[in-house]
Design a protein around this ligand. Structure first.
Ligand SMILES: Nc1ncnc2c1ncn2[C@@H]1O[C@H](COP(=O)(O)OP(=O)(O)O)[C@@H](O)[C@H]1O
Ligand SMILES: N[C@@H](CCOP(=O)(O)O)C(=O)O
Length: 306
């Protein structure tokens, strides 16, 4: 049992769905499904987990929130003795809903919020470190900033921008019982792709931004992809079949992130019942909203970052 040594901070981080079809490693959508954490500096390490992962996440320095916290502390030049972490996880893990990105953002924001030497949060520094830990920027950007995010890397490091989506973008997520590690799913992708497929995805990605923000009637065409879903289908045949069935029924369905969850981008309230008839037994259907503001930090009742 460790002793808490200062004030606590509460962090709420949203689930995210990356890629959205063609925009591999660049587009992300924040969803109204959250992990909530309470963190304080302590004289040792104490980790309590409720909800998803309660039975199998590590309770030591290997816990991803702890690892991200430690990395952010090092980045800030701060060396707290330990931390007390209480996590209530509402984001299913290993399903393509950005649980690891949420854990990384939570750990980094906790460090920024608790470090005595800093005031406020520098989103660009948070994003840079989160991208370095996660290995791709799409989920961490959406988790941090909310809404529809586009992220890219350049000479100045990782950058991201957040856009407001059209009101007809109403996400519905289908969550299987099976899991697939993002690391494994990334290993299925080839190093080289045909130029025609790259051109196909470039056009669809550009159209995707227009469809999500302005012209939702174009979402079916705008969510077509040739760069990652076909290459990963053998690792998640049930997911591939469900995406095909939903698209045949007229829904803009895609693999959520690296899978095996499925995102329907444009589900109207009345579609939820219909989708439930197509989804295989055991899958959970979550009727969600877009989370517009992203991660939230609170000291008591005072919100200091969104
Ligand atoms: N809330 C969490 N707390 C601690 N570790 C987590 C948490 N969420 C995810 N992780 C870690 O990330 C892994 C899942 O990451 P990943 O394969 O990228 O799937 P996802 O699509 O859910 O992000 C888990 O097995 C676990 O090691
Ligand atoms: N662009 C990444 C997205 C991974 O998202 P996750 O939610 O499955 O971690 C990829 O497709 O590998």
């Amino acid at each position: 049992m460790s002793t808490v040594m200062g004030p606590s901070v509460r962090i709420r981080v949203p689930a995210t769905s990356a890629n959205l079809g063609p925009a591999f490693d660049s587009a992300g959508l924040a969803l109204s499904l959250y992990d909530e954490l309470e963190v304080s500096v302590a004289d040792g390490l104490e980790v309590v987990v409720e909800g998803y992962g309660a039975a199998d996440l590590p309770r030591d320095e290997d816990h991803l929130v702890v690892r991200a916290f430690r990395a952010a502390c090092a980045d800030l030049g701060w060396a707290p003795p330990g931390l007390a972490l209480h996590a209530r996880n509402g984001i299913p893990q290993g399903r393509g809903l950005g649980s690891s990105a949420a854990a990384v953002i939570a750990g980094i924001l906790a460090a920024w919020a608790l470090c005595p030497a800093v005031v406020g949060v520098d989103d660009e520094r948070v994003l840079a470190l989160a991208d370095a830990i996660e290995g791709h920027p799409d989920n961490v950007a959406a988790c941090l900033l909310g809404g529809l995010t586009l992220s890219w890397s350049g000479p100045d490091g990782v950058r991201a921008t957040s856009l407001t989506v059209h009101r007809q973008v109403t996400p519905l997520v289908c969550v299987p019982t099976s899991t697939l590690s993002t690391h494994v799913a990334r290993g299925l992708l080839p190093d080289l792709v045909p130029h025609g497929d790259a051109a196909f995805n470039a056009g669809r990605s550009a159209l995707l931004v227009h469809a999500l923000t302005t012209a939702p009637t174009l979402l079916m065409e705008a969510t077509e992809d040739r760069l990652h879903q076909p290459q990963r289908a053998s690792a998640m045949p049930g997911t591939a079949a469900l995406v095909a069935d939903l698209r045949d029924a007229g829904h803009a369905a895609v693999v959520s992130g690296a899978g095996p969850g499925v995102l329907v981008v444009d589900a109207r309230p009345e579609d939820a019942a219909l989708v439930r008839t197509v989804v295989p037994e055991g899958w959970e259907v979550l009727d969600l909203a877009v989370e517009p503001a992203g991660a939230r930090i609170r000291y008591g009742d005072r919100a200091v970052s969104s």
